[in-house]
Ligand binder design. Structure first.
Ligand code: SF4
Length: 353
């Protein structure tokens, strides 16, 4: 039997307040270069490394690479932080990414440009509520997406990222385990469809990916019949159905470089275009339409929380040491178990491929 839908008792989730997209003072080339040089010096002095997500600004992504850091999805960011020798990890991304780094590297200092940079999935999954939801299903294996707080991770059996969710769910389904999935319902339904696993879902969603619109996407596809449609699985089912490729940020970037198509319509945060353009400069990239088409969109394919990271506040945290991520060692110990499970699974998968 496959259980669809959310808790019948209807959870009352907190209302997500989406902040306006931050606007940073424009810098000319000379000012940007000077700022980057100051940051490079600070990173060196503090034995720090910059780990940036694909959804942050192009300037931050470029700086991470220029300074020996990394630009990656959340799985790779976590892995990179554990393997790098730096004493300070500066995480340009959203809060759960900084927390994951701290959980895995409790002895290291983890700084973030802005601690208010959160995520609608994390915000929409308060740990007390999630924990009582789990208590109602004691015979279910709890699998949570990485976009959750340290407390929610500590309550789970497995943590997954979008890149590894499907193989892990398939693995659990093969063992006959029933799965309680949280918090992204769209990604959950997507992996359920492909794995046939018995799952129940926490009803969370990403405000950015939920704004892509299938009807407008169909229209755009008609105008560009040769374009491949690339969709992140946090999007709605109707949008996923129109995709040629569904996958994590890393998988979508790989599709742009590997597929023979010249044109691509991309349904994920527009920050990803920086890496896509770098790796496939000859390709034509188009943003998939959001609610913004003829109406008001909240994010317009630009995550407002990711936008809270800039060169300016990065310099500020390195100068002041503020915005340090703290996770108690007791909590880190608990939350590390399901994250490690995922990393070990990923390692075994890599070895077998
Ligand atoms: S894009 Fe969505 S899932 Fe990613 S950080 Fe922003 S709100 Fe969270």
């Amino acid at each position: 039997m496959t259980t669809q839908g959310t808790d019948p008792e209807q959870l009352s989730l907190p209302k997500i307040v989406v902040p306006p997209h931050p606007v940073w003072p424009e810098l000319n080339e000379k000012e940007t270069r000077a700022l980057k040089d100051r940051i490079k010096k600070l990173l060196k002095e503090q034995n720090g490394v910059l780990v940036a997500h694909y959804y942050t600004s192009g300037a931050l992504q470029d700086l991470a690479e220029e300074t020996g850091g990394c630009v990656a999805d959340s799985l790779e960011m976590a892995r990179f932080g554990t393997e790098h020798k730096a004493e300070t990890l500066v995480v340009a991304g959203v809060r759960f990414m900084g927390e994951t780094s701290k959980i895995l590297n409790n002895e290291k200092r983890v700084l973030m440009p802005d601690l208010a940079a959160t995520c609608s999935l994390d915000e929409g999954c308060p740990h007390e509520l999630f924990s009582s939801f789990c208590d109602k299903y004691p015979d279910y294996t709890v699998v949570v997406y990485a976009n959750t707080s340290a407390e929610v991770k500590a309550r789970s059996d497995w943590v997954v990222t979008s890149g590894i969710a499907l193989p892990i769910i398939k693995h659990l389904a093969e063992k006959g385990e029933k799965i309680l999935w949280g918090p992204d319902k769209h990604l959950g339904r997507y992996v359920q469809k492909l794995s046939g696993a018995e799952m129940i879902f926490w009803p969370g969603s990403c405000v950015v990916h939920e704004e892509f619109r299938s009807v407008a996407l169909e229209r755009l596809k008609k105008l560009h019949p040769e374009a491949a449609v690339l969709v992140h699985p946090e999007s709605t089912e109707a949008v996923i159905e129109l995709a040629d490729v569904v996958g994590s940020t890393t998988a979508l970037i790989k599709a742009v470089t590997d597929m023979p198509n010249r044109e691509f319509i991309v349904a994920t945060d527009a920050g990803i275009f920086n890496k896509m353009r770098q790796l496939a400069p000859g390709k034509i990239l188009m943003e998939a339409p959001t609610v913004g088409e003829g109406a008001t969109c909240q994010s317009c394919a630009n995550c407002p929380w990711m936008g809270m990271n800039s060169l300016q506040n990065l310099e500020e945290v390195l100068k002041t040491g503020k915005n340090e991520i703290k996770v108690s060692s007791e909590l880190a110990l608990k939350a590390r178990i399901p994250i490690r499970r995922m990393l070990d699974f990923a390692k075994t998968m890599q070895k077998n491929n």
